[in-house]
Design a protein around this ligand. Sequence first.
Ligand SMILES: NC(=O)c1ccc[n+]([C@@H]2O[C@H](COP(=O)([O-])OP(=O)(O)OC[C@H]3O[C@@H](n4cnc5c(N)ncnc54)[C@H](OP(=O)(O)O)[C@@H]3O)[C@@H](O)[C@H]2O)c1
Length: 225
Amino acid sequence: MTPTALVTGVSRGLGRHICRSLKGSGYRVLGAGLAAAPRHDDLDDYRSLNLGDRLPASLFATEDVDVVVNNAGVYLDDPRAGYGDLFALRVEDLHRTFEVNLFGTVQMALRYAPRMVERGSGRMVCVSSGMGRLQDADGASFAYRSSKLAVNSLTLAVSRHFTAAGTDVSAFSYCPGWIRTEMGTDSAPDDPADTAADLVRLLDLPAERTNGRFFRGLDELGWDK
Ligand SMILES: NC(=O)c1ccc[n+]([C@@H]2O[C@H](COP(=O)([O-])OP(=O)(O)OC[C@H]3O[C@@H](n4cnc5c(N)ncnc54)[C@H](OP(=O)(O)O)[C@@H]3O)[C@@H](O)[C@H]2O)c1
C-alpha cells in the first residue's frame, strides 16, 4: 500500500524539497502551510492553516498518516536581519515563535502520534536546529533557540511513549544544517534538496535506529552533553 506523509510548511524552503523527495520515494504527500494554495505539484492534497492557531479537528481526519514531518518554523529574532541580542527581545516575538515552532508542533504530535501507536507503525519527525542545543547557546536568538530546545524535548517525550509501545514507531529530531532558503539566506553553504533527501532516507531505517535521536543529515548530532 502507498504510504502517506503529512508535511507542514510546504510551499517554499526545506518543506518544498521534502515534498519532492517524499513523492519521488513513492509517498502520497499531504501538506499544510500558511500559503493559500501550494506552489508546486508534489502534493496530493493541501490545507491552508496557521500553525500558531488551534489545529482544526478536520485536518486530514480521515487519512491514515504514516509519516508526519513537522517542518514549518519561524526565526524572528535573527541577528542577520538586524535583530538585537537578548535584551532587545520583543515579548510578542517570543510568543509568536513559540506559537508556531512549539505549540504548532505539539498539536501535530498530540493529533497524530497516538494514532501511530494504535496502528503499530509510524514516523514523527521534528525539524529542529543545532541552535536548540544548550551547549550551542549564545546571547542572541533566544526565542528561536529556546523554541527548538523545547521541540527537542517534545521529540524525546514522544519517543519515550513510542519505546513503551514497542512497535514500529519512531520520533526523531532533524537538523537540516545551514541551508539556502529564505530563512537560511543565499549565503548558506548547503543545498536544501540534499538534506531533504537525507531526511527521507532516515524514514526507511528500523524504528530503533532513529527513535529518540537527533540527526544532522544522516549523522547523529546528539542531544546536549
Ligand atoms: N534554513 C536553515 O538554515 C535552517 C537551519 C536549521 C533549521 N531549520 C529549520 O528548518 C525548517 C524549515 O526552514 P526553512 O529554511 O525552509 O524556512 P523558510 O524558508 O522560512 O520556510 C518556512 C516554512 O514554514 C512555514 N510556516 C511559517 N509560519 C507558519 C505558520 N504560522 N503556519 C504554518 N506554516 C508556517 C512556511 O509555510 P508556507 O510554505 O506556506 O509559506 C514555510 O514553508 C524550520 O523548522 C527551520 O527552523 C532551517
